[in-house]
Design a protein. Structure first.
Length: 461
């Protein structure tokens, strides 16, 4: 059985697409469960004759021109305050994440530090390539930073086999945007639950005038599973239980089928979506919403920045829905989000310097330049950083803070600490059901059961 690590290639511009290619020459049991052990003694350009630490820092999510410029200023600040450490920043194209990482493992050219996607630290820890970050978590416990993190799942997700293999540094959210003006014209209030949302999407569907009731990504892409996951939570479903056991197609099956049915009915039954959503990735729903062609749009936080830049008049007519309440009631009022990590390689000759950088980088106030560069795309993990004047002065950011961030949780919820979730995410194992139902290939129940069988192979390997 081949290993197919999960991961996340970049979206074209401001948006992140979760996803990864497969690697047929890695055995899943060796790489995910048993690990690669000590087979690779990694080296790096980490020391000069003057005992200066030269650290290589790979980034995946900070590589647009705006974010790169902001990051450069932050790195300059670090080097000025830490003259014995130099940072060599290397952007990594999202669709090359795993080829580059795995080639580096083989070639002994791993970076000292990386920021990447949700479950990378656990996957590489399973391959015995990660340095534990327990000391940073303990430091944060002592100085109060851990208690200031918005959600405990932001760091608990990296706990596996009694060690933390990464630390969170930012949050990536999944809001639902809506047209305030269209709702008001129909005398409707912003929907608060599934029934109201369905009714509003149907009422506002006006294809004759170029406006669809709702637009969401239903292509066989990773973004599709993010919104499906939110509806799973709201129906009382999940992929894992609280003990980390796979329950997608067993005890959680009925709720997951209900969520899939509800979501896909907008396309197959109510027909209030564009006819092409079965091919949509992230950009298509964003673009349609920015063009004013959808009453409700499912998107990333980066859509806020696009609206501000490309259609500020529409931004004034746009609101961000409070996370919907579904059949599970208030306890299921949750939405999928991604607390993304920084991590250090086990074999870096300059691990102390690398951790010095991580501790400096993940501090309240440190990344404000990133948040200003592309509003909405990245969110802080610390409470004291979120409710700032920058957020309060921007209505859409404030609505996202009030209506989405407090309900955001990891997609492994209520479990955590399973490297297998990276494979499940990366191989689109719960995106496929969305696409399969929308194109008419499977019923919701069949799609869920088939996906469960695929997931079982990952957990049993």
């Amino acid at each position: 059985m081949s290993v197919r690590f999960g991961g996340k290639p970049s979206r074209r511009s401001e948006d992140r697409e979760e996803g990864m290619v497969g690697f047929k020459d890695f055995d899943r049991r060796q790489a995910v469960v048993a690990g690669l052990g000590g087979l690779f003694m990694l080296t790096a350009d980490n020391a000069s004759a003057q005992a200066q630490a030269n650290l290589t820092f790979w980034t995946v999510r900070l590589n647009t021109p705006e974010l790169s410029a902001a990051l450069k200023a932050i790195l300059n600040d670090f080097e000025a305050q830490n003259p014995g450490i130099k940072i060599k920043h290397e952007p990594v194209s999202g669709n090359l994440v795993y080829p580059k990482f795995l080639t580096a493992i083989r070639g002994q050219t791993m970076p000292d530090i990386a920021e990447a996607y949700s479950y990378h630290p656990l996957q590489f820890a399973a391959a015995d390539q990660m340095e534990p970050m327990d000391d940073i978590i303990e430091l944060w416990k002592g100085n109060g930073l851990l208690a200031d993190i918005f959600s405990e799942y932001a760091y608990k997700k990296f706990l596996w086999r009694d060690h933390y293999w990464g630390v969170p540094y930012n949050l990536d959210i999944r809001p639902i945007y809506y047209r305030k003006d269209l709702l008001e014209a129909k005398g409707l209030k912003p929907p608060r639950n599934w029934d109201e949302f369905q009714a509003a999407a149907i009422a506002l569907n006006d294809p004759a005038n170029g406006v669809f009731g709702v637009v969401f990504p239903a292509g066989n892409f990773h973004i599709a599973q993010h919104f499906y996951m939110s509806f799973m939570f709201q129906a009382g479903g999940s992929i894992l239980d609280k003990d980390g056991n796979l329950v997608f197609g067993t005890t959680a099956k009925d709720a997951n089928v209900k969520a899939l049915t509800y979501l896909t009915d907008f396309a197959t039954k109510h027909k209030v979506t564009p006819p092409g959503i079965a091919s949509y990735n992230t950009d298509e729903p964003h673009t349609l919403y920015v063009q004013g062609r959808a009453a409700f749009g499912f998107g990333t936080g980066g859509l806020i920045s696009r609206l501000m830049k490309e259609n500020p008049a529409l931004a004034e007519k746009t609101g961000i829905l409070e996370v919907l309440e579904g059949p599970a009631g208030p306890s299921g009022k949750l939405t999928a989000a991604f607390y993304n990590p920084m991590f250090v390689w086990k074999h870096s000759p300059a691990k102390d310097a690398a951790k010095t950088f991580v501790k400096w980088f993940v501090q309240p106030g440190r990344l404000e330049r990133l948040y200003q560069a592309v509003p909405g795309q990245h969110w802080p993990i610390f409470k004291r950083d979120i409710n700032t004047d920058r957020v309060k002065s921007n209505r859409l950011l404030k609505e996202a803070l009030d209506n989405v961030v407090p309900y955001s949780t990891d997609f492994a919820y209520p479990g955590f600490g399973r490297p297998e979730m990276g494979v499940i995410d990366g191989e689109k194992m719960f995106a496929a059901p969305v696409n399969e139902v929308v194109v008419g290939a499977k019923t919701p129940e069949k799609a869920v059961l088939d996906a469960h069988e695929a997931m079982k192979k990952v957990f049993s390997s």
